[in-house]
Ligand binder design. Structure first.
Ligand SMILES: C[S@@+](CC[C@H](N)C(=O)[O-])C[C@H]1O[C@@H](n2cnc3c(N)ncnc32)[C@H](O)[C@@H]1O
Length: 376
């Protein structure tokens, strides 16, 4: 039996030891395409399969550490499982024509990028974005606590929220505005993802702590992450953006106080000290009106907020705030319901709430909302 030569071009094939996504391979694009084109030249299904098996064997041996060039256009990042699935499909094809069709599709996904105007998702490889959520119910059990992300700021959101929003609604190098920056979760995540971020935070000490965190996080894309101290409901946004050489941003991500549920400070400008629910909603409505002109047309605004109880009555604060934003002409695109993660430390308290709920005829808050709007 004739033995096949190993594929020499795949000598460069690498699997970064510290890949942020398990199973991610960085492959030399041209070499992979060459091998697939060779498979296309085969005229029998047996020969096609043999060539595909050679590619598969080369992938299985990929263990070399990453070269500095892993991010270069000459390399292509692919999930090992997805590549294997695509190769399986070619081998399992019943006819050579069908196998060629699958190869051509794989070649296209490797050689051509098809992205929309609002993100960098390559639609030719849409099946590979398993980590991007598209359902309206998010059950996330564990907060991302890697790097500078910490859970110690009471009232912060989980980093997965800004992560998902920026992956869906921004491109590399875009600008994101967070009018309630808090501990800087959006800015840290933006720095990781290569998005420039501009945060506003009312409390100077909170802003200073956030800046320190952001500075401790690597900045692989050399992006800007700026926090200014101020009242985001009374900010001159065009002037603020001009200071950073910008006229518009590509995403606004708002995570305001949930009215008075958590008192963030004694400052009367703090939205958690709004005189009434109506006053809170009025200021949120004004904020939406103020940011609209600086949000690029067609781009998105995400509002993260939950509901509250007052004297035994459920107040739909989330939907009321959603309406306040809608009133300014934003088009509602989605309502995501996200769970609150369980913390083991609060187990006794949870039991107490369960007892109270059984007795008092109500349900315990286990969710908050992400309202997604488009600036049409
Ligand atoms: C729900 S927290 C945001 C937390 C943030 N997403 C994080 O992950 O750390 C709301 C933040 O808004 C700030 N804040 C309240 N009123 C404000 C206002 N009028 N302008 C700017 N910031 C305000 C509070 O100090 C608090 O840090």
């Amino acid at each position: 039996m004739e033995t096949q030569d190993p594929i020499p071009l795949f000598d460069e094939l690498v699997q970064p030891a510290a890949s942020p996504v398990p199973d991610l391979l960085y492959l030399p694009r041209a070499a992979l395409l060459d091998e697939l084109v060779q498979a296309l030249a085969e005229t029998t299904q047996a020969a096609v399969s043999a060539q595909i098996e050679r590619i598969r064997a080369a992938l299985d041996q990929a263990t070399t550490p990453p070269p500095a060039a892993a991010n270069s256009p000459a390399m292509i990042a692919m999930l090992r499982t997805h590549l294997h699935e695509a190769l399986d499909q070619i081998v399992a094809a019943h006819t050579t024509e069908r196998a060629h069709y699958y190869i051509e599709r794989l070649v296209k996904s490797i050689s051509e990028e098809r992205t929309s105007a609002i993100n960098d998702i390559n639609l030719n490889r849409w099946k590979e974005y398993d980590d991007i959520l598209t359902d309206s119910l998010w059950v996330i059990d564990r907060r991302d606590s890697s790097g500078a992300h910490m859970a110690d700021y009471w009232g912060n959101f989980i980093p997965q929220i800004p992560h998902q929003m920026m992956r869906r609604y921004t491109k590399l190098g875009d600008w994101v505005l967070d009018p309630f920056a808090g501990s800087g979760t959006t800015l840290i995540e933006g720095q990781r993802l290569g998005r420039n971020t501009l945060g506003i935070e009312l409390q100077a000490s909170v802003a200073a702590a956030a800046r320190q965190r952001i500075a401790s996080e690597p900045n692989p894309y050399g992006t800007q992450a700026e926090i200014v101290v101020g009242d985001s409901t009374r900010t001159d946004y065009p002037a603020l953006l001009r200071a950073y050489g910008r006229e518009t941003v590509q995403l606004v991500l708002m995570h305001p106080p949930y009215f008075d549920i958590i008192k963030f400070s004694e400052d009367p400008h703090d939205l958690s000290n709004a005189a009434s629910l109506d006053a809170f909603l009025e200021r949120m409505s004004q904020l939406a009106a103020q940011v609209q002109p600086v949000l690029e047309r067609g781009r998105y605004l995400a509002l993260v907020i939950g509901d509250k109880y007052v004297k035994g009555e459920w107040v739909p604060l989330g939907f009321q705030t959603m309406q306040a934003v809608q009133q300014q002409g934003f088009m509602l695109k989605s309502i995501v319901v996200k769970n609150f993660e369980e913390t083991t430390g609060k187990r006794t308290q949870q039991q107490l709430w369960r007892y109270r709920a059984l007795m008092g005829g109500f349900y315990i808050f286990k969710h908050e909302y992400i309202f997604v709007f488009q600036n049409v």
